[in-house]
Design a protein around this ligand. Structure first.
Ligand code: UGA
Length: 475
């Protein structure tokens, strides 16, 4: 690992030309906008003409806080533009970032056809020497595979170096994560190319970890798998806490302040969703199996997560005496707050189960009702929590949007016909819910009030940090 005092990437790079393939997607667009913000000339390339048209007009196709502003600054400053043509983006590029999707195939493996066609496009349109940066989450061995394709399709006199540089951004805080990374991982055998990519990131001041290309690719999968493991672990502990009348919020806090464990990604709830954790854990397990290697923990992580939807529905059924004919208000559809992404969202799974059990669902989300409607076209969506709660037997909170943490609980209670609130993210204050005359249940909370000393604690991972930082400062 090279820290700020190391020499890798210390040579000033000046302004460079960057092409981002998959530049209209989540990762690609975020990096394109961020590199333009750092002063480079960036072209976002994407075959999705509709999205590229919107981006040229300054319209972001995804909901991501802060992205609009960066996009506008890049477009207005002339440092950021968009195209659908390799011939327009690649020939002048010093660096080509490959940010295309790697969707799962039927066996859970990461599909690499978009990567390979991107590599062919780059090979055919490059001039001189180009550094290709593999940014998407790619199977182990992809740097080698991309290098082969580039060599196979390159014109005479053209050369390439390929560097793995996995991304660690979270949806909802993508801009912050890109501009303030915990670390930058670079993997590749061509150390000149690695040093050039390191220089791109030098202004961010993050530690730079240089590894083999395969290790870099593995760091991405192992990091996501580990974070998913923390979540499934605390969700299993939550279930045990419930059975033994301990309180998982107190337990997670007490565990997380141990520096070896850490407080982040230790918030119990309804399980992890999104386009990354479920897919990447499955893909890592599939790669291991394909190599004849044993897989135990990864399967357990997925099993615990897959059981969460049934747990939520069982809690509702137990409180309501069955679900047939019951009306349930679902607060939150996105897989996490600050995004409109509903891919593998726990809410989508729970709604399917509720409807299968004969309940009718009325759902709401600050931004994700449109994306949810694409997956569940018959879902009744309403503008806010109070409309969702109207006439409901129970309310279940599935995504911890800030607006749900600060609900007017009396207003919600008056709108409901039943009295039950299931807090799937432990985001509400149980005392305040009870004060509104409602019955509260969370995930892994003690059922006997005497066993809960700290009620209403914030459980969001980043808020654990605040607690952690405060304790660290006091030390
Ligand atoms: C995740 C990783 O956190 C990023 O580092 C990585 O770059 C990204 O995947 C990716 O591979 O592209 P993301 O899926 O956007 O990012 O969101 P997270 O904040 O990690 O949340 C994932 C899921 O876990 C959400 O459903 C969230 O509600 C859940 N979660 C998270 C918990 O249930 N408990 C927690 O303590 C934290």
């Amino acid at each position: 690992m090279l820290s700020d005092s190391g020499c890798l990437g210390d040579d000033p790079l000046g302004v460079v030309n960057i092409a981002v393939i998959g530049g209209a997607g989540y990762v690609g667009l975020t990096y394109a906008a961020a590199f333009a913000e750092l002063g480079h000339n960036v072209v976002g390339l994407d075959l999705d003409a509709e999205r590229i048209g919107a981006l040229r007009r300054g319209v972001t196709p995804i909901f991501e806080p802060g992205l609009d502003e960066l996009l506008h600054r890049g477009l207005e400053g002339g440092r950021l533009r968009f195209t659908t043509e390799y011939a327009d983006a690649v020939p002048e590029a010093d660096f080509v970032f490959v940010c295309v999707g790697t969707p799962a195939d039927a066996g859970g493996r990461a599909e690499t056809s978009y990567i390979m066609s991107a590599a062919r496009g780059v090979a055919q349109h490059s001039r001189g020497h180009t550094i290709v940066v593999n940014k998407s989450t790619m199977p182990i061995g992809s740097v080698e595979r991309v290098s082969e394709i580039l060599a196979e399709h390159a014109a005479h006199g053209v050369s390439f170096a390929v560097v793995s540089n996995p991304e660690f951004l979270r949806e909802g805080s993508a801009i912050h994560d890109v501009l303030h990374p915990d670390r930058v991982v670079l993997g590749g055998a061509d150390l000149d190319a690695v040093a050039r990519v390191a220089a791109l990131y030098r202004p961010l001041g993050a530690p730079i970890v240089v590894t083999s290309s395969r290790s870099a690719e593995m760091i991405k999968y192992a990091s996501n798998a580990f974070l998913a493991t923390k979540i499934s672990f605390i969700n299993e502990v939550a279930t045990i806490c419930e059975g033994l009348n301990a309180d998982v919020i107190e337990v997670a806090r007490g565990m997380g302040l141990d520096g070896r464990i850490g407080p982040r990604h230790l918030a119990p709830g309804v399980g992890f969703g999104g386009s990354c954790f479920p897919k990447d854990v499955r893909a890592l397990a599939a790669m291991a199996r394909d190599a004849g290697l044993p897989v135990t923990m990864l399967d357990a992580v997925l099993d615990v997560n897959a059981s969460m939807g049934a747990r939520v529905v069982a809690k509702l059924a137990a409180r309501l005496g069955g679900l047939e004919g019951k009306r349930i208000a679902v607060l939150g559809l996105a897989f996490k707050p600050e995004t409109d992404d509903v891919r593998e969202a726990p809410a989508i799974d729970v709604i399917g189960r509720l409807e299968a059990a004969g309940a009718s669902v009325r759902a709401t989300d600050p931004v994700a009702t449109r994306t949810a409607a694409a997956v569940l076209p018959n879902l009744e969506c309403v503008p806010d929590a109070y409309a969702a709660a109207t006439g409901a037997d129970a309310v279940v909170l599935m995504t911890e949007w800030e607006v749900y943490r600060t609900l007017n609980l009396d207003r919600m209670a008056n709108a409901m016909r039943g009295r039950f609130v299931l807090d799937g993210r432990n985001a509400l204050d149980p005392t305040a819910v009870a004060a509104a005359g409602l019955a509260y249940e969370g995930m892994g909370r003690a059922t006997t009030p005497a066993n809960v000393v700290t009620t209403g604690l914030a459980t969001q991972a980043d808020e654990f940090d605040v607690v952690h930082d405060a304790v660290a400062a006091a030390d």
